[in-house]
Design a protein around this ligand. Structure first.
Ligand SMILES: [Mg+2]
Length: 364
């Protein structure tokens, strides 16, 4: 299983919001780096990474540089490869472009592993379930007006979603009363039985998190997410201890070790693991195992087409975030039906880039 090629290309997709046909900024796009790894015996695996933003070309270059170090290595030796790449770039990580790059490479190696063994990645990693719940994400954003959020919430319920996420820490003039009212109105629109999550994206102080967090308790949020800075483990623990609502966090955590700090301090009730910031499937599974030891459920962040395998694999996997940013990269990707995703049964990740993007590797 000698690696012969590591190919990459940058692809931009329109920044659309298809779940509830939400408002869209004309011309706005999201950039991705797509990768493909090929071996001497004809095996192939794919991966994707993002969060490069204005440094997306740098991210592609990092993928190419790391990929060059993998040529000739055994594609099945994921830990040996990761060690080599880490050693070669020891002062360039773990936070930032290095980890974003290695994540996509590791994901593609797991795809190869699954295809080689004829099994879906979910089964290789544990095969706990064949279906997982998913929630709608990205349709109830803070930049939308309250009216837009009401309309979108109603549409999501009509379209069969059982769980959905909104955001607080509203832009422009806001007060605790305005913040709370948004949750109150949304809860009235969607009814009492829908799981409603709320993301703060690190924008509150610990004081605001406790204050507004207590005021929204009557509206039965399923979780409050990233209520304050992700590296303020003690501050998060204070909020987590003060509120009845479960606190989720972890998407902004890089690599595996900070998760240990987060879990040991009981900073969160629910661990959210981001595939590209944690370092790929290999590292994602280690964090999931740590969380299990702390009796903490795991949820995923973005890229549901890969995360469906991971959440399905583990005993403490709760729900997949369905944010369809990557959906149009793939030919016939898994899509939730009535708030549930079925794990692909074909070998590897069960994913293929669309014909046009697949052909793009030749030109890249
Ligand atoms: Mg979030």
């Amino acid at each position: 299983m000698k690696i012969t090629h590591v190919l990459s290309q940058i692809v931009e997709l329109p920044a659309d919001e298809p779940l509830a046909d939400g408002p869209q900024v004309p011309g706005a796009t999201r950039p991705f780096v797509l990768i493909k790894i090929a071996t001497a015996d004809g095996a192939e695996g794919i991966g994707v990474t993002f969060f490069g933003a204005a440094m997306t070309r740098t991210l592609k270059q990092a993928v190419d540089d790391l990929g060059a170090l993998m040529i000739g290595m055994d594609a099945l030796a994921t830990e040996r490869i990761a060690q080599k790449l880490r050693d070669a770039c020891s002062s360039a990580g773990p936070q930032g472009v290095f980890t974003l790059a290695i994540s996509a490479l590791d994901t593609a190696l797991w795809d190869i592993k699954g295809r080689h063994l004829g099994q879906p990645v979910a089964k290789l990693l544990g095969g706990h379930r064949d279906k997982v719940p998913a929630y709608a994400s990205g349709a109830l954003m803070r930049q939308f007006t309250l009216k837009e959020v009401e309309t979108a919430g109603r549409k999501l319920v009509d379209r069969g979603w059982k769980a959905m996420k909104t955001q607080l820490a509203l832009p422009g003039h806001t007060t605790p009363e305005i913040e709370v009212n948004r949750i109150k109105v949304l809860r009235e629109v969607i009814g009492p039985d829908i799981q409603l999550m709320c993301d703060i994206n690190q924008r509150w102080t610990t004081y605001q998190a406790v204050d507004i967090g207590k005021r929204v308790e009557p509206y039965n949020l399923h979780w409050l997410e990233d209520v304050t800075r992700a590296d303020d483990f003690q501050g998060l623990a204070t909020v987590t201890a003060a509120l009845k609502t479960p606190i989720a966090g972890g998407e902004y955590v890089w690599g595996i070790e900070p998760f240990r700090q987060m879990l040991e301090r009981r900073s969160v009730d629910i661990a959210m693991i981001d595939l590209v910031r944690v370092g790929g499937i290999t590292q994602w599974m280690k964090v999931a195992g740590m969380a299990e030891a702390f009796n903490i459920p795991v949820v995923s962040h973005l890229i549901p087409e890969v995360h469906v395998h991971l959440i399905a694999a583990i005993p403490n996997g709760e729900i997949v975030e369905y944010m369809p940013w990557c959906r149009n990269l793939f030919e016939a990707p898994p899509i939730p039906v009535n708030g549930e995703m079925t794990v692909p049964t074909s070998p590897g990740l069960g994913l293929a880039f669309t014909r046009a993007f697949d052909q793009g590797f030749r030109k890249a």
